[in-house]
Design a binder for this molecule. Structure first.
Ligand SMILES: O=C(O)C(=O)C[C@]1(C(=O)O)C=C[C@@H](O)C=C1
Length: 311
């Protein structure tokens, strides 16, 4: 079986910032990549008309799931990639026709398909000369009312090809999917903007912490650092908010109420987790962090007080 290097860039994963997982949702919420399913409309609409309508308000990268091969000319005109739905995964005629469009292909796993069946569906596309093939896990039928995402399968498949995971039925598993190696998350065509924002924030914060990066080049190591810094910025912002809360609750807040003993305890506890940095260096880092937090909190109080004094 011709399995290409999963790290080799493919067009779909290049459509966005390669350091962040691709967020895929309906066009209305301005995701990284939008998805429209003509299958959901049961072939009742004219594909060309429907996609032209979508394109009037959305110009970003677009994946389309055709209802049948008849939709493909319209898909080629309007879309940047084609989704082969799980129910169609073993329709080899369709897979071939989709692959021959030359557009990147996302192959969803049928609910009962094994890893090998899923990979061989992707191989049908590769055999047509299309190497931009990404897998998408959509879950297995179990005792739950919705399909259950198989994270072990995602991990295995991800070693062979880039994998997206459809977390629309269980968005709280987004981070678990990333830790299993998912490169993108399907949030559903009807996902609310708030959900997309929440999953994106969680992925930015926790994604880098659960991913096993072993970069070997400067750009890869820098990209991994950027991911860590994104998480660090989110944590620093949250820490500053909490420190401001302490200032409001303390009898004497701000620089005037600084507590060297508490600061030493913070540094000692952190040094146990960060032996490479050690206490001295961490003391310098945390002094800067704490002072920045106090400064931000006093600045905010200055902005609020004049308003309060008016009453
Ligand atoms: O714990 C406190 O008393 C705080 O005010 C918070 C905090 C911090 O940012 O962690 C800030 C200043 C103090 O010197 C110690 C700790």
């Amino acid at each position: 079986m011709d399995l290409h290097d999963p790290d080799q860039p493919v067009l779909i994963t290049d459509l966005h910032d390669p350091d962040q997982p691709v967020m895929i949702a309906g066009p209305a919420v301005a995701p990284d990549v939008a998805v429209v399913s003509l299958r959901r409309l049961h072939g009742r609409v004219d594909a060309a008309g429907e996609l032209a309508r979508v394109r009037r308000s959305y110009r970003g990268p677009l994946l389309v799931e055709p209802f049948s091969a008849r939709d493909l000319p319209a898909v080629v005109t309007h879309a940047d990639g084609v989704v082969v739905g799980g129910a169609w995964m073993q329709d080899f005629q369709l897979l071939r026709a989709v692959a021959r469009t030359g557009l990147p292909v996302v192959v969803q796993r049928a609910t009962a398909a094994t890893l090998e069946e899923w990979l061989s569906a992707a191989e049908y596309c590769v055999a047509e000369g299309n190497r931009d093939v990404v897998l998408c896990e959509t879950g297995t039928r179990t005792h739950l009312p919705h399909a259950t995402i198989d994270l072990e399968l995602v991990r295995e498949a991800g070693r062979r090809r880039p994998v997206f995971v459809d977390v629309s039925a269980a968005p709280d598993l987004a981070v678990a999917a990333l830790s299993a190696g998912a490169r993108g998350l399907f949030l559903g065509e009807d996902a609310e903007p708030a959900l997309v924002a929440e999953v994106r924030a969680k992925a930015a914060l926790l994604g880098p912490l659960v991913r096993d990066d072993e970069p070997e080049t400067i750009p890869d190591a820098r990209a991994a650092i950027d991911r860590i810094d994104a998480a660090l910025a989110t944590l620093l912002e949250r820490r500053a908010e909490l420190a401001a809360t302490v200032q409001r609750l303390k009898p004497v807040g701000g620089f005037a109420g600084r507590d060297p003993r508490r600061e030493r305890e913070i540094v000692e506890a952190m040094a146990r987790r960060a032996p490479r940095l050690g206490e001295d260096r961490l003391a310098r880092i945390m002094a800067a962090v704490i002072e920045a937090g106090l400064e931000a909190s006093e600045e905010r109080d200055l902005r609020i007080q004049p308003l309060a004094n008016r009453s």
